[in-house]
Ligand binder design. Structure first.
Ligand code: HEC
Length: 221
């Protein structure tokens, strides 16, 4: 019946394309439905965490770190449960990365702590002597951009219906309220930190980048 097709390279190629495209759709489409919905209990990022995510993007941490644990034993042994698509529901953009000069960070909040990050980001070799990760001392003096982070949260709430201000969820509120909440959250983090300048800055109402970044890293679980 299809002998004529085998003798006609053009239509044969079209036929192959249609078959593969259909098979591809069958694989991809389910991800748009069930699996890509937020996993149970997932909450949107707080304004402080978003500001930390901005630092992560700005300093291009994803050029060395992925955020995607693959379903292989070697990975789940090291990093924990493999990543599910629904875990990225509020990541705009997601930061999967494609290169691992350093380890995956998708669940780093499970095994690293605020004070470990503080020492490590200031001078990686202080905790991992053979580390080739650059030091990020400027995070301890640069002030985090809370205003842009608020605008970002406000936008994803308005445009993508990200569930802020829902019962038992993350509160966004007005800009004044958001500033107060970010500061309160920052104080919880500096309580576990040693750097006096960073603590003083937060006491005076300014949030250094390192505090926002640690809020973000702690949230990766
Ligand atoms: C040039 C590549 C490079 C860049 C850029 C980089 N890192 Fe790393 N990172 C590494 C390497 C290598 C390690 C493993 C050694 C170590 O722990 O220091 C690491 C380790 C880490 C760890 C510890 C992970 C673990 O499981 O122990 C964290 C957290 C981390 N990096 C965060 C960051 C953040 C945040 C940034 C961006 C501000 C960043 N890194 C940028 C290379 C990099």
């Amino acid at each position: 019946m299809f002998h004529w097709l085998e003798k006609n390279p053009f239509f044969f190629s079209v036929g192959v394309f249609i078959v593969i495209a259909f098979a591809g759709l069958i694989e991809i489409l389910p991800n748009f439905a069930e699996a890509s919905r937020p996993v149970q209990g997932l909450k949107p990022y707080t304004v402080l965490e978003l500001a930390g995510k901005e630092v992560y993007k700005k300093d291009n941490c994803m050029s060395c770190h992925s955020q995607m644990i693959r379903p292989f034993k070697s990975e789940t042994d090291r990093y924990g449960q493999y990543s599910l698509s629904g875990e990225y529901a509020y990541d705009r953009p997601f930061l999967w990365g494609s290169k691992r000069t350093g380890p995956d960070l998708h669940r780093v909040g499970n095994y690293r702590t605020t004070d470990w990050h503080e020492t490590h980001m200031f001078e990686p070799t202080a905790v991992v002597p053979s580390s080739i990760m650059p030091a990020y001392k400027h995070h301890f003096t640069n002030i985090a951009d809370i205003e842009t982070a608020y605008a970002e949260a406000f936008t994803v709430k308005a445009v993508f219906n990200t569930p802020y201000d829902v019962e038992g969820g993350v509160k966004l509120g007005t800009w004044e309220e958001a500033q107060k909440m970010a500061l309160a959250e920052a104080k919880l983090i500096t309580a576990d930190m040693k750097n006096k300048n960073v603590k003083d800055a937060v006491e005076s109402g300014k949030i250094p980048e390192i505090v926002a970044l640690i809020a973000y890293l702690n949230r990766l679980k």
